[in-house]
Design a protein around this ligand. Structure first.
Ligand code: ARG
Length: 468
């Protein structure tokens, strides 16, 4: 596009301009392709503002009625996809105002009394973030429900628990899944907190200093469901920490999702074969007929990079920005919209995978015994039954593990005589604590992995998560 091309002065603020913006200026300045998504919020905000102007006798009843009717017509047009946009009109606010003028005539110009696009856009984005928090909460809850369902089916399914991705101690699959449900519980809390802090109203702060019109900011705040008007007009138009909160909460959730995705990828390899992911979330290979690739899980894992990127992006926009409004702030929306949309996709895909995955119980239980996973149980037994200090018990157990390795058997397949040759105090009762089933059954401490604990934890979690 040529940088020389000129256009007519902007009808919204062109009073002191002789010519219109350079073509490149139009292009860099326009945000309509992004902030179009705010039309619902923008119209709701304008209706609340018009009603408040009417109640404060700043505009007449007739003007308010015309404005509201016109705005509702515009909402219908946009809903129906019958609205044309042009970069000439920069953003969604100017598009709606221009269209309002076409519909109701000059009264449209009165809507912008005691208001600026600065408080208008801040209000719109707060409304958007509020809604996004509620939607994300519902999706997180649905994912928790899928995890609880699987956990309920697998209270007794035994799998290897890992540290350093090395066999550590056996755990139940239900317990493992509940760990994620708890992460998503804290994520929901982060979105609640974000919503609570975002829920105050900038409207009426005007450009930055407030207004000389006798407006009622409490009325418009209340009409839009905000807790109260923002207390400082400069803060109202300049602050975007509510958007940072939203992006940070989204990032934490996507990190949790990426960990679960990674485990699903690992578990579904032929080498692990712990679970089969639902076919609908996998794909084949055009060259290797045997393959079933966990694409959706890989994308959930991969998208966490972009969701974190959005957080960093907005933080960098805000860094060092002087008060109050600066056009840099127009760059706030794309990261928020993108993270919201991408996270929603990830949550829905993960819910589908969690709901439909099939665990191979035999395979998991067999793998749970590999790597002498009950060695800690043996050491604990020596402490409990033979009164050894834990450090000595650890040493004796280490020698037993070494022997098992030399003989090429797992701990529970060692002969009692072989154990007694290493430490004479060992009695045949020890054998009962060496199976993986006995190991998980014994982990009854609060928050531990025993099947009974898991059953109780599921009941408690259902109630706390609000799942019926
Ligand atoms: N499109 C603008 C944004 O998103 C609206 C506010 C414009 N304000 C201004 N003073 N130019 O930030």
């Amino acid at each position: 596009m040529s940088g020389k091309q000129k256009h007519n002065a902007n009808p919204m603020w062109g009073g002191r301009f002789e010519s219109g913006p350079d073509a490149l200026m139009r292009e860099i300045n326009a945000s309509i392709h992004v902030d179009y998504a705010l039309y619902g919020e923008d119209i709701a905000g304008s209706i609340a503002h018009a009603r408040m102007l009417e109640a404060s006798r700043i505009i007449t009843q007739q003007e308010a009625a015309d404005i509201v009717r016109g705005l509702e017509q515009i909402r219908g047009e946009i809903d129906a996809g019958q609205f044309t946009v042009s970069e000439d009109l920069e953003d969604i606010h100017m598009h709606i105002e221009a269209r309002l003028k076409e519909i109701i005539g000059d009264a449209a110009g009165r809507l912008h009394t005691a208001r600026s696009r600065n408080d208008q856009v801040a209000t719109d984005l707060r409304l958007y973030v509020r809604r996004a928090c509620d939607e994300t909460d519902r999706l997180l809850q649905a994912l928790q429900a899928a995890l609880l369902k699987q956990a309920g089916a697998h209270t007794h399914t035994i799998m290897p628990g890992f540290t350093h991705l090395q066999s550590a101690q056996p755990v139940t699959f239900g317990h493992h899944l509940l760990a994620y449900a708890e992460m998503f519980w804290r994520d929901r809390d982060r979105f609640h907190e974000t919503r609570r802090r975002a829920n105050e109203c900038p409207l009426g702060a005007a450009a930055l200093a407030g207004t000389s019109f006798p407006i009622d900011r409490h009325m418009s705040a209340k009409a839009l469901g905000f807790d109260h008007p923002m207390r400082n007009s400069l803060d109202a138009v300049a602050s975007r920490d509510f958007a940072v909160d939203f992006l940070a909460a989204s990032t934490t959730t996507s990190l949790h999702l990426s960990r679960l995705a990674e485990e699903m990828i690992l578990w579904s390899t032929p080498q692990f074969s712990f679970v089969r992911l639902p076919e609908g979330f996998t794909s084949g290979s055009s060259i290797m007929p045997q393959k079933r690739n966990p694409d959706a899980a890989e994308l959930v894992r991969g998208k966490s990079g972009r969701i974190l990127g959005n957080l960093v992006s907005l933080c960098m926009v805000l860094k060092g920005l002087p008060l109050a409004y600066n056009k840099d702030l127009q760059e706030d929306k794309e990261p928020v919209f993108d993270s919201h949309y991408q996270l929603e996709l990830c949550l829905r895909a993960m819910t589908g995978m969690a709901d439909g995955m099939q665990a191979d119980k035999e395979r998991m239980e067999q793998a749970a015994g590999w790597g002498h996973a009950t060695a800690t149980d043996l050491a604990d037994w020596l402490v409990r039954e033979c009164n050894l200090p834990f450090r000595d018990a650890h040493h004796v157990t280490g020698r037993i593990v070494k022997l098992a390795d030399e003989l090429g058997v797992t701990l529970e397949h060692l002969h009692i005589g072989e154990l007694q040759r290493i430490d004479g105090r060992i009695t045949p009762e020890v054998l009962s604590c060496l199976s993986v089933a006995q190991s998980v059954k014994s982990r009854t401490s609060y928050g531990g992995t025993s099947p009974e604990n898991v059953r109780n934890a599921i009941m408690e979690a259902k109630e706390r998560y609000g799942i019926v």
